[in-house]
Write a protein that binds this ligand. Structure first.
Ligand code: FES
Length: 138
């Protein structure tokens, strides 16, 4: 039985939006201390909309697929819409993830949100520091 959906495999084999935005408006970095996987998201914002999103991920196949789909989902969205990209939305969009890989989708959603926090802070908005998620790595 295949553990990964075709969509996960596709985004793992051909990740979209890999790279860095040199003059990013916001940067978010998140990692999982147990598996050691790391993700950095870069966002560009125009008129309250994410006009570009790129990422660099050092991690497992699911983490790469998650980063790719999160970037694809986020581009063109308003800040408010992008905030609704939660781990469960990401996992659903990928056609599901094996249970012990679910934490990989947390990383993607969190890294994107941290990039938005960074952007909003730079705009002078008050953004509450995020609580570190409980480590849910198997
Ligand atoms: Fe930990 Fe994928 S992010 S194994």
């Amino acid at each position: 039985m295949p553990a990964y959906s075709e969509k996960v495999m596709d985004h793992f084999m051909n990740p979209r939006n890999v790279g860095e935005i040199e003059d990013a408006d916001g940067i978010g970095e998140e990692g999982n201390p147990v598996c050691g996987d790391m993700m950095t998201f870069y966002i560009k914002v125009n008129d309250n909309r994410l006009s570009d999103v790129k990422f660099k991920t050092f991690g497992c196949g699911a983490a790469i697929a998650v980063s790719s789909i999160v970037s694809e989902m986020a581009i063109g969205k308003t800040i408010e819409e992008a905030r609704k990209i939660t781990p469960s939305v990401v996992a659903k969009e990928l056609g599901g993830l094996p249970k012990n890989k679910y934490h990989c989708s947390n990383l993607g959603a969190q890294a994107l949100n941290l990039a938005i926090d960074d952007y909003q802070r730079k705009q002078g908005m008050k953004v509450k520091p995020r609580k570190r998620r409980k480590n849910d790595h198997e």
